[in-house]
Design a protein around this ligand. Structure first.
Ligand code: GLN
Length: 485
């Protein structure tokens, strides 16, 4: 069962080769053995998983199963799960049990999936290494002295270590694609609005989007189809039919026009082996019939500075609800209301979250709004326009997902700017609201390297098709970290 993809597990369940309960026990046993070292899960829901599995087996026996019925999964601990703690990597929510279910987790539950548990993450999804979590860092299964990337590092590590066949994540500036790259798995962030954000704890609402970590593009297609689509509870979710992503997977790549961003491959700070692996992957696409051309995204260098105004501004507003009154952490023995606010927030939030709230509140304050927030929104419009122009000429854009492979735990914690730059290739995609994915495309010093593929709005089907054809022609996605047996 270890090396089977979701699609293969689904076939095995349908053929009666094993039951969902057997499959779930197999995964729970691996979680128990491997999680203490990796710290990928913060909550393991073993009893719930077994109950879900028995219900799935009943559906399978009754002939009422869909393709995901009985398949175990893990959710990033940012999705509210009714009756199960949702801590979002923060002391602030360490005691929070949501009274309702997020749309994403609800839809996957309705599809018959089995919940193994909730995965570790950077506090409130702020980070690129999973080191800002209140629950301690996640370790990269390829090298436990290294980070898994962030903020969805627990989900990425869980799929890489085969302690979950598939997992959800969220991506505000790269938090699905960058950890997918560092852990050698497939990760897709859909178009903004494709997946409902309802019940997903908000970081930066105009950028946040839910997606999937899996071992193959085919598996991502299965999950994405089940979780996408209009939701009246999220006013930014788009009322547009969800295509059958799986049916598009085998489409030919002849004539596919690939844009290669000049500014990316020439950027300072790009590791030579990462660049080499990406070039080799693009050459593979040429063999499959694609053509390449250089394109320019002239405002890409402004994406990180613009993001670090927009995202903190939105987070300062979103996180104002954590005041020690309604839910979450409350300080001991407050003297008065002001003391209650100050100490609950002072004690409940970690350093990175506080840094963002301070920056964001400053950027939104009267007198500075025009200089920072408005300027950042103008840059955002320029970045969107760069992509619009590029997609007149090409079908997809390819390049490295991140400038390096996984770095060491502690290597960048004292240097927030160098940490922020690990999202230099992913952030513009969120500012524009476009879909993007990362697939394993090589190794650098024994660690996985990711290829980022970006498409036009609602081109998820095309992206998955491109990734699937690559995975049929190469074996990078099959490589597993050594120490996981
Ligand atoms: N690393 C970026 C940040 O710290 C992106 C995080 C994310 O996508 N959630 O904000």
């Amino acid at each position: 069962m270890l090396e089977k993809t979701v699609a293969e597990l689904s076939a095995g369940l349908a053929a009666g080769e094993f039951s969902s309960e057997e499959l779930t026990r197999f995964y729970l046993d691996r979680v128990e053995r491997l999680n203490p070292e990796l710290n990928a899960y913060v909550t393991v829901t073993a009893e719930r998983a077994l109950a879900d599995a028995r219900a799935a087996d009943a559906r399978l026996a009754a002939g009422e199963a869909g393709p995901l019925t009985g398949i175990p999964l893990a959710h990033k601990d940012i999705f509210c799960t009714q009756g199960i703690r949702t801590a979002c990597g923060s002391k602030m929510l360490d005691n929070f049990i949501a009274p309702y279910e997020s749309t994403v987790s609800q839809r996957l539950m309705d599809a018959g999936m089995v919940l193994l548990g909730k995965t570790n993450m950077d506090e409130f999804a702020m980070g690129s290494s999973n080191e800002t979590s209140y629950y301690g860092p996640v370790r990269n299964p390829w090298d436990v002295e290294r980070v898994p990337g962030g903020s969805s590092g627990g989900s990425a590590a869980a799929v890489a270590a085969r302690i979950a066949p598939v997992a959800t994540g969220t991506d505000t500036g790269g938090s699905i694609r960058q950890p997918a790259s560092f852990c050698g798995v497939t990760g897709i962030k859909p178009t903004y609005g494709r997946v409902s954000r309802w019940g997903m704890i908000a970081f930066a609402s105009s950028l946040d989007q839910a997606g999937i970590f899996s071992r193959t593009a085919e598996d991502a297609a299965l999950l994405l189809a089940a979780m996408s689509g209009f939701d009246p509870k999220d006013s930014t979710s788009v009322d547009q039919a969800v295509p059958d992503y799986r049916a598009e997977l085998d489409g030919p790549l002849e004539g596919l026009r690939i844009g290669i961003v000049r500014e990316h491959l020439e950027s300072e700070g790009l590791d030579g082996e990462v660049a080499g692996a990406v070039r080799a992957a693009i050459a593979e696409f040429e063999k499959l019939g694609a053509t390449t051309r250089e394109i320019s995204l002239p405002n890409n260098h402004l994406s990180v500075p613009a993001y670090y105004v927009v995202a903190p501004a939105e987070c300062s507003s979103n996180l104002s609800r954590f005041d020690g009154v309604r839910f979450g952490y409350r300080c001991e023995d407050p003297k008065d209301l002001e003391d209650l606010y100050k100490r609950s927030r002072g004690e409940g939030f970690g350093a990175e979250v506080k840094r963002r709230i301070l920056v964001g509140t400053y950027a939104l304050s009267a007198g500075y709004y025009d200089a920072y927030y408005k300027k950042a929104q103008q840059i955002r419009a320029l970045i969107r326009e760069d992509f619009r122009a590029a997609f007149q000429e090409v079908d997809v854009i390819m390049g490295p997902t991140a400038p390096s492979s996984a770095f060491r735990i502690g290597e960048k914690t004292d240097d927030p700017v160098s940490m922020y730059l690990s999202d230099i290739y992913t952030i513009a995609v969120n500012l524009a609201g476009l879909p993007g994915l990362s697939i394993p495309c090589g190794h650098s010093a024994g660690l996985p390297v990711g290829l980022q593929v970006v498409g036009d709005y609602f081109a998820e089907g095309r992206l998955l098709n491109v990734a699937h054809r690559f995975q049929q022609a190469t074996d990078w996605h099959k490589a597993a970290p050594g120490a996981i047996a």
